[in-house]
Ligand binder design. Structure first.
Ligand SMILES: O=C(O)/C=C/c1cccc(O)c1O
Ligand SMILES: [Fe+2]
Length: 312
C-alpha cells in the first residue's frame, strides 16, 4: 500500500471566468507541479474529499459526510458531466468508516459540482481517467461538524486505504479563506431559499443567473467594490503551517464560528484538506513536498496547492 496527497483550492472562475493572463499562468504552473507529482506517483485509486455548493446536497436532507458509490457531475460552470468510475472499494470504504464510528451517509446517485470535478479535470483531464471514490464533506451549509469529526473521518478512511495493495491518491478540494456569493439560509431571498432546500436540476436560465452572479462578484471584488468578506492571507498561511506540521490533532482547535468570522463563509472547504491530511497521517509521518499560495481576488480565493507523501 501507499498514500500520497494533493490538496488544492478550486474556483469556477479559473475555468469559466476571465482571470488576467499572468494569474492564469501562475496558477497553471502551480497545478503543473501537482500534476507532475501525480504523474510520477501514478495512482491506481483516487479518494477525493470535496464540498458541494447546493448542486448535489440540499437542506432538505444535509449530511455532514457522504461517500459516493456512484457519482456524476451536474455540469455547473461547464464542469465535466462524465460519470465517475467508482470502484468496488467505495462500499468497503463506507463500511470501514461507519464501523469506525463515523456516521457517514452513502449515495448510490451522488451529484457533484465544480468543487469535486475541477481538481480531477486539472490533474487527470477527465473525472473518468482514474477510479475515484468521491467523499462529500459539508463545507457550505451550517451547522458544521466539529473539526475533530472531520479528522476522524479522514483517519478512518486512511486506516482502510492503507490495507489495500494499491497506490492511493488523496485529494482535498477547496478553500482557503474566501467568501463567494453562495446564498446563506439566514439571509436568503424566497428564490434562494428554494434553491437551498432543494435546487436540484435548475433550468438553464436559473443556472446561468447563478453563474453570472459569481462572475460579477469576482470582477467587483478585484476592483475593490464587492460586498463580500476579504481574503485573509494570514489565516491561510497559519492553516498551511498546521497542515505541514504533521500534527493533525491541531486541526481540532479550529472552531466553525471563528473560521467564518476570520476567513469567510466558504473557508469551511478546508475541511476537505483536514480529511485528506488526516487520512495521509495514518501511513506515518508525512512531508509536504510542494506548496503554492497566493490570495487571488479574481478567483475569490486564498488559492493554495500542496502535495505531500509519507516520509520514507
Ligand atoms: O457559487 C458557487 O457555486 C461557488 C463559487 C466559488 C467561487 C470561488 C471559489 C470557490 O471555491 C467557489 O466554489
Ligand atoms: Fe467552492
Amino acid at each position: 500500500m501507499s498514500l500520497a496527497l494533493v490538496c488544492m483550492s478550486h474556483s469556477p472562475l479559473f475555468s469559466a471566468g476571465e482571470p488576467p493572463d499572468e494569474i492564469r499562468a501562475d496558477v497553471e504552473a502551480a497545478v503543473s507541479v501537482a500534476r507532475e507529482f501525480v504523474d510520477e506517483y501514478d495512482p491506481e485509486l483516487v479518494v477525493a474529499f470535496a464540498p458541494d455548493h447546493y448542486n448535489g446536497f440540499f437542506y432538505e436532507l444535509m449530511p455532514q459526510f457522504c461517500i459516493g458509490l456512484a457519482a456524476c457531475g451536474v455540469g455547473d460552470f461547464g464542469s465535466d458531466t462524465t460519470p465517475y468510475r467508482v470502484p468496488a472499494e467505495a462500499a468497503e470504504l463506507a463500511e470501514a468508516v461507519i464501523t469506525a464510528g463515523v456516521d457517514a451517509s452513502v449515495s448510490l446517485q451522488m451529484q457533484v459540482d465544480h468543487g469535486a470535478v475541477q481538481p480531477l479535470e486539472l490533474l487527470f483531464g477527465s473525472v473518468a481517467a482514474k477510479p475515484v471514490i468521491p467523499v462529500f464533506v459539508n463545507s457550505v451549509a451550517p451547522p458544521f461538524a466539529p473539526m475533530q469529526r472531520v479528522r476522524l473521518l479522514g483517519e478512518a478512511a486512511g486506516r482502510y486505504l492503507t490495507t489495500l495493495d494499491k497506490r492511493v491518491l488523496l485529494i482535498g478540494s477547496g478553500g482557503l479563506s474566501h467568501d463567494p456569493p453562495v446564498p446563506q439560509l439566514n439571509t436568503a431571498t424566497e428564490q434562494q431559499r428554494a434553491l437551498l432546500l432543494n435546487g436540484r436540476n435548475p433550468s438553464p436560465e436559473v443556472r446561468a443567473q447563478r453563474e453570472q452572479r459569481v462572475k460579477a462578484a469576482a470582477v467587483a471584488f478585484a476592483a475593490g467594490e464587492a460586498d463580500i468578506q476579504d481574503l485573509n492571507p494570514e489565516w491561510d498561511r497559519a492553516f498551511l503551517q498546521v497542515c505541514a506540521s504533521g500534527v493533525t490533532r491541531r486541526f481540532d482547535d479550529y472552531r466553525a464560528a471563528d473560521m467564518t468570522e476570520a476567513a469567510g463563509h466558504s473557508v469551511h472547504e478546508v475541511r476537505t484538506w483536514v480529511a485528506a491530511y488526516s487520512a495521509l497521517s495514518t501511513a506515518g509521518a508525512y512531508r509536504v513536498t510542494s506548496s503554492y499560495y497566493r490570495p487571488i481576488l479574481e478567483l475569490i480565493a486564498g488559492f493554495a496547492v500542496t502535495t505531500a507523501r509519507p516520509v520514507t
